[in-house]
Design a protein around this ligand. Sequence first.
Ligand code: UDX
Length: 442
Amino acid sequence: MNLTIIGTGYVGLVTGTCFAEMGNTVTCVDIDKQKIENLEKGIIPIYEPGLDAMVTRNVNNQTLRFHTDLQKSLDHCDMAFIAVGTPMGEDGSADLQYVLDVAKSIGKYINQPIIIVDKSTVPVGTADKVKDVVASELKNRGVEIEFQVVSNPEFLKEGDAINDFMKPDRVVVGTEDKETAEKMRQLYAPFFRSSMDRMLVMDVRSAEMTKYVANAMLATKISFMNEIANICELVGADVNKVRIGIGSDSRIGYSFIYPGSGYGGSCFPKDVKALKKTAEQNGYSAQLLSAVEDVNNRQKLIIADKVISHFGSNLSNKTFAVWGLSFKPGTDDMREAPSIYIINKLIALGAKIQAYDPKAIDEAKEFYLKDISEVSYAASKYDVLKNADALLMLTEWKEFRSPDFMEIKNNLKSPVIFDGRNQYDSERLQKMGFEYYQIGKN
Ligand code: UDX
């Protein structure tokens, strides 16, 4: 099929590249000229394992092209995917300006029947808005061209996005048109392992809702476990054991119940807020979603609170080494990362920070910890420990999971570790002479 993907951000780029990999002819379009020029040269704007090699391979095979010209890319196009951003508006709702601008351009430029696919995470009712905008543009032009608007939300995890796209658990397609559903099935059939049909066809509004509900459910699991972790500490229980104890019940399951420093990233915080807003706009107060957010906001600072109860609230002579800045391993993304909140809180109390992250240092310097003179960076996980009063482990990158603890002890001024992701064996560390703090266990 001939596909146009509009927006070469995280979702658009992964989507376009994976469709090209499956033999479709894909044009990725973006208004950012510099970005398109870079992509043509194989320079990828994000860190996502496996993506650069796949882009290069498909550009060389001429199955993947990059363009700034939307009009041209819509010639001979069977399906146009809208994958532009839906940033959070001031009131917490998703800002649809970019999605609707794209819809307008599609209505202006198409000359043959087309399927328009909403890939961006958009509130319920957006497909109808897109339909109205396209229809009104066609009317202005005085032409009649058949088009369908489908909701096809993405469920990609950063750091594992290629795998998620190539081997999906499910593909949700919102359309009431049988022929369109069949075309979507043809597009996705090669991605289903053992020919098992994993496509779920439903009405558009349910498909739009599914994306928000999946993320809100996962965020709820995390906040629930974080709340339980805090209670465990107070009653002298170990949340790590409780987690296994409850996970073994197949109705509960083991996944997404790891306590820690709270969830971050571009999706959970934004989507929980947007769903809450949608409820509110429809006259419903979503109390559970509010609590999920509140617990998460508090949880992001739990490690800072533990530092304060150990060292006191005057940290002016203290230096802390931080392992991990990104919101999770496998990505350089720092959006809503707990590290930002923890570091800023400690600095406000007079501390200095030495940070190391395998991928996110440039992000930190350029955006999230920009111009903060109290933060310095090191080139390795052991260098960053020198002269520090304690180590704060904030993102569970693989290289932090089984470190040389003697090396840590020899480099730190005092053997204290605050672990925001419960990675280490507390008994072993205590035997080695460390003071070891984790989440949900004293
Ligand atoms: C998420 C969804 O998983 C994905 O389906 C959706 O399309 C986009 O949002 P992502 O934001 O990449 O993907 O991150 P994910 O791996 O889901 O982790 C989100 C956050 O939850 C991270 O901050 C992680 O540290 C935290 N987390 C995850 C926990 O604190 N505990 C857990 O048990 C699991």
